[in-house]
Design a protein around this ligand. Structure first.
Ligand code: SAH
Ligand code: SF4
Ligand code: F3S
Length: 463
C-alpha cells in the first residue's frame, strides 16, 4: 500500500472558506491524503484565499513566496511538493497567480474544488491547471454543482452551507464576483448533512451562506422554503442542541425568521447582522438598499420576539465621501443598538467593484482615527456585555478540554468561551454554569449544582 500523502490547508477569510477547506480535505481523503498541521511535512499545500480587502489578497503572494522556498528545498531532497491556490483570490485573479507564481501547480475557484483530484492529476501529467468556471447557467437558474464527498464531523460544532453567492452587489464588495450568483441548496441535501453530523456527535449546527437569509431552497413539498422554515424543520431533528445562521442581510429578514427566534429554543439568540454604516447617504452610496432606520426597525422586531437576543455587526469606515457627520451617524447607531461584538474595517477599494471608481476622500490618517474611535466604542460595549454575565447562571455547550489541565471549555449562547473545572465527559452537553469572572474575552465559572442533579438532555437550552 502506498504511504498516505500529507495535506496542509491554510485558510483565510470567512466561515465559508473554513467550511470549504474542510470539504476540500474530505474530497482528498479518499485519494489517500491525510491532513497535517505542519506545512514543512506536506506533499500538497492548499492556500484557501480571501479577496475581500487588499491586505487579505496581497498576503497570498508573500505566502506563495515562502511556499516556493519550501517546494524547492523539498525537490533538492527528492520530494515533490504540489501547491494549489483555492478560494476567492483564485477566482478573481487566477491568471495573474499563474503568471506571478510559477511554483503554483493548481488554481481552483470556490465553485470547482470538488474537481481537485482530477486537477492534481492533470497538473502532474500536463503541467499547471486552472479551473475557475462558474456552474453553467440553465433555464432553471443555476445547476447545482456535483456533490463533493460526504460531510465529516470534526467536533461538537459544525458549519453546513445552505446558500452560496450573492446578488446584492454592495458597491464595495467582491463577493458577488468571486462567489457568483445566489444559489440555495435543496432542503433534503441540507437535512442529509445535518443528520450525518448529528449521528457523529455534532450538537451545534451553524447554517452558513454569504447571504444566508436570502435562502430560498427547494423543500421536500416541492415549494420554495425560506431560512425560517428551514430552521423550524431542522429544530425537530434529534440530537440538535443549538442552531445558528450566518451571515444575514438586514433586507432579507422576514417574519418567519423573526418568529423562529420566538418559537425555537434551539435557535441561539445571537445574530450577526452587518450594517456597514449609520449614515443614509453612505448606505445609499454603498448600494445597501436599506436606511439606518430600516436597520433599527429590524433589530426592534428581533428584540420584540426574543428579549435576550444580542447582535454583532460589520462596519466600514472611510468609504468614499464619508464626512464627519456620516461617521458620527455610525457612532450614534452603534450607541443606540448596543452590540455584543462587532468587526470594523477600513475601506479598501477592490478592483472591478463600482466603488473602486469613486474618488477616495478620507485621508489615511483620518481613516485610522475613525477606526480607532469606532473600535473603542465597540470594545466598551463588548466588555460591558461580557461583564454582565458575571454572577449569572448561563447555559454552556461544552466542546473540548481547555489548555489548563482539568479545565473544560464550551460556549455560551453568545459564543463567549466559558471555562470550568470538570471531567471530560461533559463534552457535547449543554450545562448551566455560574459565571464568576472574566479573563480578557473568556468567562470563568463553575458548573451549577443543578447540572449534576438534572438529566443531561442535550436539548436543554433554556436561557
Ligand atoms: N455577506 C458577507 C460579506 C462578507 S464580507 C457578510 O456579510 O459577512 C465581510 C465584511 O467585510 C463586510 O460585511 C464588510 O464590512 C467588509 N468588507 C467587504 N468589502 C470591503 C471593502 N472593500 N473594504 C473594507 N471592508 C470590506
Ligand atoms: Fe458583499 Fe453586500 Fe453581498 Fe454581503 S450583501 S456579500 S457585503 S455584496
Ligand atoms: Fe473572503 Fe471570499 Fe469569504 S472574499 S470573506 S473568502 S467569500
Amino acid at each position: 500500500m502506498k504511504p498516505p500523502r500529507k495535506l496542509h490547508i491554510k485558510s483565510y477569510g470567512c466561515q465559508m472558506n473554513v467550511y470549504d477547506a474542510q470539504r476540500m480535505a474530505d474530497t482528498l481523503t479518499p485519494e489517500g491524503f491525510v491532513e497535517t498541521a505542519n506545512v514543512d511535512d506536506a506533499d500538497l499545500v492548499i492556500l484557501n484565499t480571501c479577496h475581500i480587502r487588499e491586505k487579505a489578497s496581497e498576503k497570498v503572494y508573500s505566502e506563495l513566496g515562502r511556499l516556493r522556498t519550501i517546494k524547492e528545498e523539498a525537490a533538492r531532497n527528492g520530494r515533490q511538493v504540489s501547491i494549489a491556490v483555492a478560494g476567492c483570490v483564485a477566482q478573481a485573479e487566477g491568471q495573474e497567480i499563474i503568471r506571478r507564481a510559477p511554483a503554483v501547480d493548481v488554481v481552483v475557484g470556490p465553485q470547482s474544488y470538488h474537481h481537485l483530484p482530477q486537477l492534481l492529476v492533470h497538473a502532474k501529467r500536463h503541467g499547471r491547471a486552472l479551473e475557475t468556471e462558474f456552474p453553467v447557467e440553465d433555464k432553471f437558474g443555476f445547476l447545482p454543482p456535483p456533490q463533493p464527498q460526504a460531510i465529516r464531523a470534526r467536533g461538537i460544532s459544525a458549519f453546513v452551507t445552505v446558500q452560496e453567492g450573492c446578488d446584492k452587489f454592495c458597491s464595495f464588495c467582491v463577493v458577488p464576483y468571486t462567489r457568483g450568483a445566489e444559489l440555495s441548496r435543496p432542503v433534503a441535501r441540507i437535512v442529509d448533512d445535518v443528520r450525518r453530523l448529528t449521528d457523529a456527535g455534532v450538537r451545534e449546527i451553524t447554517l452558513i451562506g454569504q447571504n444566508v437569509n436570502a435562502y430560498h431552497g427547494e423543500g421536500p413539498d416541492g415549494r420554495i422554503w425560506s431560512l425560517g422554515k428551514l430552521l423550524y424543520h431542522l429544530a425537530e431533528l434529534p440530537g440538535i442542541a443549538r442552531l445558528r445562521y450566518s451571515t444575514s442581510h438586514p433586507r432579507d429578514v422576514d417574519q418567519t425568521l423573526i418568529e423562529a427566534h420566538r418559537d425555537l429554543p434551539a435557535l441561539m439568540p445571537f445574530v450577526h447582522l452587518p450594517v456597514q454604516s449609520g449614515s443614509d447617504r453612505i448606505l445609499a452610496a454603498m448600494n445597501r438598499k436599506h436606511s439606518a432606520d430600516d436597520y433599527r426597525r429590524v433589530v426592534d422586531r428581533f428584540r420584540a420576539a426574543r428579549q435576550d437576543i444580542a447582535f454583532s455587526s460589520d462596519f466600514i469606515v472611510g468609504f468614499p465621501g464619508e464626512s464627519r457627520e456620516d461617521f458620527a451617524a455610525t457612532l450614534a447607531l452603534v450607541t443606540q443598538i448596543g452590540y455584543a461584538a462587532a468587526y470594523s474595517f477600513k475601506y479598501s477599494p477592490r478592483p472591478g467593484t463600482p466603488a473602486a471608481d469613486l474618488q477616495e476622500t478620507v485621508s489615511a490618517a483620518e481613516m485610522d482615527e475613525r477606526l480607532v474611535r469606532l473600535q473603542g466604542l465597540i470594545d466598551s460595549q463588548q466588555s460591558a456585555f461580557n461583564q454582565a454575565a458575571i454572577g449569572r447562571t448561563v447555559d454552556v455547550l461544552f466542546e473540548r478540554a481547555a489548555r489548563n489541565p482539568g479545565q473544560m471549555v464550551g460556549r455560551t449562547a453568545y459564543l463567549q468561551p466559558a471555562h470550568v473545572m470538570a471531567s471530560p465527559d461533559i463534552v457535547g452537553r449543554v450545562l448551566p454554569v455560574t459565571i464568576e469572572s472574566l479573563e480578557r474575552y473568556s468567562l470563568l465559572g463553575t458548573l451549577a449544582p443543578s447540572a449534576h442533579a438534572r438529566p443531561s438532555s442535550p436539548l436543554h437550552t433554556g436561557a
